[in-house]
Design a protein around this ligand. Sequence first.
Ligand SMILES: [Zn+2]
Length: 386
Amino acid sequence: MAVLIDLTDVSVVDNHCHALEADQVADVPRWRQLFTESPDPSMRAHDVAETAFYRRLIRAMGMHFGVAGGEASVLEARAALTTEELVSSMFRDAAIGAVVIDTGYPAPDKAMSAAQFRSLSRAQYAALLRLEVIFQQLIAEHTTYDDLLGAAREQLAGARRAGFVGFKSVVAYRTGLSIERWSVDEARTSFARAREEVERSGAVRLGYKPLLDTLLHLAFEIAAADGLPVQFHVGYGDPDADLRTASPLELRNVLEERAYRSMPVVLLHGCWPYVREGAYLAAVYANAYLDVSYAIPFLSRGEMLAMTRAALAAAPFTKLMYSSDGARVPELHWLGAHDGRRALSAALGELVADGDLDVDEARGAGERILQGNALRLYGFGDESPS
Ligand SMILES: [Zn+2]
């Protein structure tokens, strides 16, 4: 018999999401391209609207705004609201109690200010430092390798004092998750090539593996010393990611490193489609956590349930955390919270029906995954978010 574990009263800690854009005006073309990772113009204009995710989103928005009809009438109802009304109503409706924001995307000149986001969302707010963004800035600013290392060490060591609760890395879509050790000569040569790019174009996109790996090791030493969590983009989530090398198993070097055992490693996006591999790592390594993300990747409800089932099947309930990975528009944070609670209710209910858990144990696991684990890991304190 189907059992549902009611989690509707549990406010979520969205442990991986992004800022909203200050400008929420969206016509159909601009709106659609928010819901695909494809860089292809025809995918962004047309095929994106023919997914299970997109159809569900439009239907859910229609119910929220109280309008019948499809995309056009839903976007018309959306456009009738001010940004303030839109954001505050969606965060309240989804009961999002706290957010952990990756400050690396969207770009600061497009993003709503942290102060405005906090006041409209009424969520507790914590920020992560995106490592590759900092590294790229520092490479552009420093002409010698030694100066670069000194500046990187200083900035990262000051991160906690500056208010950041962790680091985020997108190495998966730069040079891959298989982070290696390089000799000083190799790292210096790599730096020289990165500097050539700076001289040519004024900036650098950090695709120089010996240099990036070396800077990441520096960040991990500091994170381990300060007990700062490091989030890794894993699997789906960016067109630059080479999915052939984006499995979380590629992180073995980092997870095996004894010196990094005090650095919590958060594997993002449920590692989808590598969710079983992610659950395995969270079951084996004390410092590995699996983030189960419900707005991005853009999935059907059935696949979200399958992802949740795989996560719960192997990983301890202390090692799983909810997120939306929402960015730019509040609809992603909002729909993710509703869909995440729903998938978790159903998957925990299955564990009860199968005799794995009793109802109280299932409810406790749900509270931890939606809220408690992230509150503890990112140091929000013991108090529940309002
Ligand atoms: Zn993200």
